[in-house]
Design a protein around this ligand. Structure first.
Ligand code: PEP
Ligand code: MN
Length: 263
């Protein structure tokens, strides 16, 4: 694949470089932005623990139309406030072509979620704007389909794409929500120059399994991690069972730091 590419993101706290030859980058935060107090508290806690980006959904791709859909535009404003308060860069999902400009106005990186990996109109639209794009792997997408989805963004003119493995559909969902495909790390490394992120939270669906898979991902060579953290996981409006508490995140971060790739 030639030279590994680095995606450099300018955040209020300085620029963060993501790629094979860079330090490990950690993205942390709740599944959904629920209110101002919780997003600011989470931002400050994950920042203090050493995270580089705050994640949090304003627009949520929920399986059921009756489940919490995210607070939308008002949550974008709360993310802007958390960005200001913490100095962290913001990563948040955009689901609709009509929202790209609005989301890009506050986000430092635009997330395209698993369910939209092959939303070609959305891929072209995020490819035609300047913010880096975090492209999650579709839950049943092959590596080839995923790389071709990334190609849509690149072909539209945006070279800053990060690939995020978040678990693929599994036949046994009793103990893990998905099968986190860690073999994607060396496979992608051999096929593409793009930076690689692993999301052990959606990958397992269970907070207790997140640390082991985060460490395994580092051992396998990931460039970045995405970890869901919520101040009160039991009360989360989405993905509570897979969210670490700030205390658990505090314990995990030093464990990650000893694993080689400097942070
Ligand atoms: C998320 O990051 O909260 C999310 C919905 O992820 P995915 O698209 O991987 O399911
Ligand atoms: Mn989630």
């Amino acid at each position: 694949h030639g030279e590994a590419s680095t995606v450099t993101v300018t955040t209020p706290g300085g620029s963060v470089a993501i790629g094979e030859h860079q330090s490990l980058v950690v993205v942390a935060g709740p599944c959904s932005v629920e209110n101002e107090a919780m997003i600011i508290e989470t931002a400050q806690r994950v920042k203090a623990a050493g995270a580089h980006f705050l994640r949090g959904g304003a627009y949520k791709p929920r399986t059921s139309p009756y489940a919490f859909q995210g607070h939308g535009e008002s949550a974008l404003e709360l993310l802007a406030a958390a960005r200001q308060a913490s100095g962290l860069g913001i990563i948040t999902e955009v689901m609709d072509t009509a929202d790209v400009e609005k989301v890009a106005a506050i986000a430092d990186v635009l997330q395209v979620g698993a369910r939209n990996m092959q939303n070609f109109a959305l891929l072209k639209k995020v490819g035609a704007q300047d913010k880096p794009v975090l492209l999650k792997r579709g839950m049943s997408a092959t590596i080839e389909e995923w790389l071709m989805a990334a190609e849509y963004v690149l072909a539209a003119g945006n070279p800053n794409v990060i690939l995020c493995e978040r678990g693929i559909r599994t036949f046994d969902r009793q103990y893990a929500r998905n099968t986190l495909d860690l073999s994607a790390i060396p496979v992608l490394r051999s096929l593409t120059h793009l930076p690689i992120m692993i999301d052990p939270s959606h990958g397992t669906g269970r907070a207790e399994y997140v640390p082991a898979m985060a460490m395994a991902a580092i051992a396998a060579g990931t460039d970045a991690l995405m970890i869901e953290v919520h101040p009160h996981p039991a009360k989360a409006l989405s993905d509570g069972p897979q969210s670490l508490s700030p205390q658990q995140f505090d314990q995990l971060m030093p464990q990650l730091a000893v694993l080689g790739k400097a942070m």
